[in-house]
Design a protein around this ligand. Structure first.
Ligand SMILES: [Zn+2]
Length: 435
């Protein structure tokens, strides 16, 4: 039997959910500091609620999940706070499970195989990574429906973490359905057999320690073909659907470009603050930032929300630099220079500005601006059409050209209601991205 292994894959480093710099000298506490900073900061005003345009309840129901994550619909809900010590070990507060069952909504689970949360595109699995990055039996049972065919699980008292498994299956499958509804053949993960580990590694475990991962998640590249999510005690990143819809965004563009997106010479360079983190070498961005930003857009589309990782960070603003709703005036130059102000913490990004997730936040914000300008239906169609035309040689400037090319193709095919060229250039120009 082939042993699935997740270390040694380039994708581990390029497709994390957020900044990887947890074990680099003076940055030992970077991730934790950022989490704590975010948690301590005052919450910005909650964006006015937008109607859910993602795949909501269908009328039929055989399951219950949380929409996006436990903090999205209920920002006053307190989630888990993660803190680290100088050894990079994390603690979680509270240490017992928070009951989120009142947030569960009725949904329908479809297209499963063998009575399990799997189909031809992907399987939700329960193995966990050992210190060598091999996936080994965790003892967790895979979720199954009850005798009436219902998938009903609780956020408390379930040692098999089945609500997390169900969340992963439902929101990834919903992502596929949403995309195929917007533009046929835009879901490139079809029949790929991707492995989604909803409890992939213990944040304090040896795999996390050896890789300096901390609380994070990643797509491990098409060779390993897996998505990996972290947990610590009752905290499960699989309760945050924006996380794996972002990771599946990496998978989608990886397959859509036949791996080209991560193979070009302009993916990223080692950051000055940490060689294990990737940075763009100029304000014109890099393919790494485009990849991270487009992965964020994958989440925007499903939830019609420009924030990511609210549950992860226990804030309503979500991950710093990544809330497109608060980054309407963010420019690539200001982020690259580090002078841009994080709306969550009210602090400048400083030396971290060029990092690909933060630069990707600018790319995502430009898409959000376009989405608001021409409507999600049009913007999402252009977005999905341009993905497979990108390569790892692209910068923000050339990728803008790619977007216009995809737009023109859709227009010529009669797939757009009108010409949006000037809206595209105006939206990206607002964020300092011009051809
Ligand atoms: Zn990512």
């Amino acid at each position: 039997m082939q042993v699935t292994k997740v270390v040694g894959i380039k994708g581990v480093l390029v497709s994390l959910f957020f900044l990887l710099a947890a074990c680099q000298g003076q940055n030992t506490d970077l991730v934790a500091t950022k989490l704590i900073d975010a948690a301590k900061s005052q919450r910005p005003p909650t964006p006015s609620p937008t109607p859910d345009q993602g795949p909501g309840p269908t009328g039929k129901s055989n399951a219950k999940v949380i929409f996006k994550n436990p903090l999205y619909r209920s920002p006053q809900t307190s989630g888990y706070v993660l803190r680290s010590n100088s050894q990079g070990q994390y603690s979680v507060t509270p240490s017992s499970a928070i009951n989120y069952d009142h947030l569960l909504i009725d949904v329908e689970i479809t297209e499963t195989r063998n009575g399990l949360l799997e189909n031809q595109d992907f399987s939700v699995l329960t193995e966990t990574a050992n210190g060598q990055g091999q996936m080994i039996n965790s003892g967790l049972q895979r979720a199954k429906p009850d005798a009436q065919g219902r998938w009903l699980f609780s956020s408390v008292g379930d040692s098999h973490r089945r609500l997390g498994q169900l969340m992963a299956y439902y929101w990834i499958h919903s992502q596929k359905q949403a995309f195929e509804g917007i533009l046929p053949n835009s879901w490139h993960c079809k029949q790929r057999g991707i492995k989604v580990y909803s409890s992939c590694y213990d944040i304090n475990g040896s795999f996390s320690q050896s890789q300096g991962l901390g609380p994070n998640a990643f797509w491990a590249g098409s060779d390993a073909n897996l998505v990996c999510m972290s947990y610590l005690g009752p905290f499960e990143s699989s309760y945050d659907a924006s996380v794996y819809d972002h990771e599946m965004g990496h998978a989608n563009i990886d397959y859509g470009t036949n791996g080209q997106i991560v193979q070009g010479r302009n993916y990223g360079v080692g950051c000055r603050f940490s060689r294990s983190a990737l940075c763009c070498s100029s304000a014109d961005g890099c393919a790494g930032a485009i990849n991270e930003g487009q992965a964020d857009v994958h989440s925007y589309i499903v939830f019609n929300s420009g924030a990511l990782g609210e549950f992860f960070t226990n804030t309503s603003a979500g991950l710093e630099g990544r809330n497109a709703e608060l980054n309407g005036n963010l420019t690539a130059q200001a982020m690259f220079n580090g002078t841009a102000i994080d709306p969550a913490s009210q602090q400048a990004y400083g030396q971290y500005g060029p990092e690909i997730h933060l630069m990707g936040g600018v790319w995502g914000a430009a898409w959000w601006t376009l989405r608001n300008r021409i409507g999600s239906k049009n913007a999402d169609k252009i977005f999905l059409a341009h993905l497979e035309l990108l390569t790892g040689n692209d910068s923000f400037k050339t990728a803008l050209g790619v977007i216009l090319t995809a737009h023109d193709q859709l227009l010529n095919q009669g797939n757009l209601i009108q010409n949006f060229r000037s809206d595209i250039t105006a939206s990206f120009s607002k964020h300092g991205i011009v051809q």
